[in-house]
Write a protein that binds this ligand. Structure first.
Ligand code: NAI
Length: 682
């Protein structure tokens, strides 16, 4: 039976230790699919029958141990009792490992996440390599569930309630060293000593790790309700119970069962089965799979650049340069004003300290980022990114200057938000080498990059742009060169409607609150301040040139004319002080218009529908991915198109028509609604 295993190898060494290695077939990453789990079960039966001295679990893949359960299988489960049966089956396999009649060790290098960590917790001991790629965590909450393969029970028993809940509620992964401190793992060693460390644990069999007394106390029946109350309060500050139920269900699960392991396993299966078949988890899984889809667009092997030259050391160029150096590229940063570069170097240090922690790594990254006021890097660079003023003439002049200097095969990218690439390309002898790489602000936080193509952009250039996006760990979204591309085009009507509402006297704070209640990460008024009112105005004007429904409200022009550009000048719709936004109180007795949220959201949805009709993106999946990752659109709704479908196409269409009657032409439904109403868009 075990001879036919596709995903596991069993090897017995001369010391009678069995090494059980996972190597998922036809996949670069190990995940626990149902096939992998079934094979694990039969492997364990075989191993038990051989009575070895010990069992060590390991991975044959370089990138890590196990990334978690197979998320693609989640998407196919629609029935909660079917889900519960599946989880209980996994429980029984994990119990088999936990109860093996020999010492068991899990050897970890790289990621060990979700179901992978749950599997590791069934072993007597865990040993990890100390490199920075080693990460342990429970990211399940990001998919709208919590650990379902016994992890919610075993983590509490091993490290104590508070650290375990913290891991499960935040979904954050921890380093090997930190995991050792919490007691999650037994030993951390350099990779070359991993095997030896595993054998040593088998030979010495130290006492198994236990939570400290303080952490044990948190599990006592009397204190649990109090802690649960406190935890729920903390979680409510970040997530709404109806929108993201998983953390709340997890807290209740722990509160009720933390000292009754048998019942806790059963309730884990029941609760996770219900969550996984609920709409939030379904939509979050969809968003996760969309992300994976975008990742596959770029193949790193297609293009292996080393040197990036960025021109323009402003907000965007500076941050792009900082990010590329963080990701290992040699970066030269050019600006016509030498004094623009100093603040970038300062920002780089702050980010690297946060991300890299070790002084040696911070210094290496700082060394990779080099000021280059004379632009000598252009000649050597494999990728040149232009992020100078949003001005056609200035950009075109620069292109004329640098084109003759570019290395053969170098990628030339612009970060323009609003200028048609066709216009910029007119200044080039070879316009086919120009591509848009439209990053979002702040670069280190926003994963999406719009890869903008024109009729002229060559397939090779595009391939390189996608590959480069993946090298710097961003999600490339292919978009057509058209005003506003995708994200700004969709955002603009929504932002402008917010400004119209504000001009009508609705307090900005109330407008922002309505958008956040819908599930947006930040309200539109605050977002406009952060993007910069000058940028909003410029993108808005470009769109308004060709559109009747986009009118720039006088208020925004007024603020820009008085130099109030938003966060960067300390004043916009709100005041901003030392990085904080100061929001006024909502005047007492102010009655919110009943259609406030509808006006905001439906303008956004209508624009999404228009973008599909205009083929700004190739598929509705790309649209949903772009808007979720480019604007933060309520991930638990699965993207705008998914939201329209889930909430009812007819219902949304009617709501839009009602708004048109009340507020005029800007709410006219786009022609793109017809195929949706006729069910012709999948
Ligand atoms: P910024 O005004 O902060 O920085 C522009 C920098 O370019 C300045 O430091 C300036 O000295 C430099 N510069 C201008 N002409 C130059 C030249 N010929 N040679 C060398 N340096 C030159 O502008 P920001 O906001 O960083 O925008 C840059 C580009 O990125 C624009 O095309 C903008 O549309 C785009 N963008 C801006 C976003 C934002 O949120 N600010 C978001 C996405 C794209």
């Amino acid at each position: 039976m075990t001879d036919s295993l596709k995903n596991w190898h069993i090897e017995q060494d001369e010391n009678q230790i069995i090494w059980l290695t996972i190597d998922k077939a036809d996949s670069g990453t190990n995940v626990l699919s149902s096939e992998v789990l079934e094979e694990l079960d039969s492997a364990l039966v075989t191993i038990a029958s051989r009575h070895p001295k010990a069992l060590v679990l390991a991975s044959a893949k370089d990138n890590g141990f196990i990334a978690g359960a197979d998320v693609t299988e989640f998407a196919q489960i629609n029935d909660s009792s079917q889900a519960e049966q599946f989880i209980k089956k996994a429980h029984s396999i994990f119990f088999r490992l936990e109860n093996m009649n020999m010492p068991t060790v899990c050897m970890i290098k790289g990621f060990c996440l979700g179901g992978g960590l749950e599997l590791a917790l069934c072993c007597d001991y865990r040993v990890c390599s100390d490199d920075i790629t080693t990460k342990l965590g429970f990211p399940e909450v990001k998919l709208g569930i919590f650990p379902g393969f016994g992890g919610s029970v075993r983590s509490v028993n091993l490290i104590g309630s508070l650290p375990a809940l913290n891991m499960m509620l935040t979904g954050r992964a921890m380093s090997a060293r930190f995991a050792k401190k919490t007691g999650l793992i037994d030993n951390v060693v350099p990779q070359r000593h991993l095997k030896r460390a595993a054998i040593q644990l088998i030979e010495t069999r130290p006492a198994k790790s236990q939570p400290s007394f303080i952490h044990k106390m948190a599990t006592f029946g009397l204190v649990r309700p109090l802690i649960a109350h406190f935890m729920k309060k903390m979680v409510s500050g970040k997530a709404h119970k109806k929108q993201y139920p998983a953390p709340f269900v997890l807290i209740d699960h722990w509160k009720k069962y933390a000292d009754m392991p048998t019942e806790m396993y059963l309730n884990e299966a029941r609760s996770v089965a219900q969550l996984i078949t609920g709409s939030t988890s379904k939509n979050l899984v969809r968003v996760y799979l969309l992300q994976e889809q975008l990742k596959t667009l770029g193949n790193k092997k297609d293009f292996t650049p080393r040197h990036v030259h960025v021109i323009g050391a402003g907000i965007m160029g500076g941050d792009i340069a900082i990010w590329c150096a963080l990701k290992g590229f040699q970066v030269t940063l050019q600006d016509q004003r030498a004094e623009a570069i100093g603040p970038v170097i300062k920002r780089a240090h702050t980010l690297y300290k946060k991300k890299l922690k070790s002084t040696a790594l911070i210094n290496e990254a700082m060394d990779r980022l080099q000021p280059d006021t004379h632009g000598t890097g252009v000649k050597r660079a494999d990728v040149v990114i232009e992020a100078i003023f949003e001005n056609i003439e200035v950009k075109q002049n620069l292109y004329r200057e640098i084109e003759p200097l570019l290395k053969k095969g170098a990628l030339l990218a612009t970060n323009t938000s609003s200028i048609p690439l066709e216009t910029l390309g007119e200044a080039l002898k070879q316009p086919d080498r120009l591509v848009g790489l439209h990053f979002f602000n702040p670069v280190s936080f926003m994963q999406l990059v719009e890869v903008v193509k024109t009729e002229n952009t060559s397939p090779t250039t595009l391939k390189k742009a996608f590959a480069f996006s993946r090298h710097i760990d961003r999600l490339p979204l292919p978009v057509k060169s058209s005003p506003g591309f995708l994200v700004n085009r969709v955002l603009m009507p929504y932002l402008m409607e917010a400004v119209v509402l504000e001009s009508e006297g609705v307090p900005g704070v109330l407008i922002d609150k309505a958008a956040k209640k819908f599930g947006m990460p930040m309200g539109p008024i605050e977002l406009a301040d952060i993007v910069g009112l000058d940028i909003c105005l410029s993108v808005g004007k470009i769109l308004a040139q060709t559109r009747d429904d986009i009118k720039i409200p006088g208020r925004i022009q007024q603020l820009v004319d008085s130099g109030h550009l938003g966060k960067k000048t300390g004043r916009g719709f709100y005041a901003h002080y030392k990085g904080r936004t100061i929001k006024p109180e909502i005047p007492t007795g102010f009655h919110e218009p009943a259609d406030l949220a509808g006006r905001l959201v439906l303008r956004l949805l209508n624009e999404c529908v228009a973008c599909i009709r205009d083929e700004v993106v190739e598929t509705t999946d790309f649209l949903d991915a772009g808007i979720v990752y480019g604007t933060g659109f309520a991930p638990f709704r699965g993207g705008p198109v998914q939201h329209i479908k889930n909430s009812g196409v007819e219902k949304q269409f009617k709501a839009l028509s009602d708004l048109e009657i009340r507020h005029g032409k800007r709410f006219i439904a786009d022609d793109g609604w017809q195929p949706l109403l006729n069910n012709k868009i999948s």
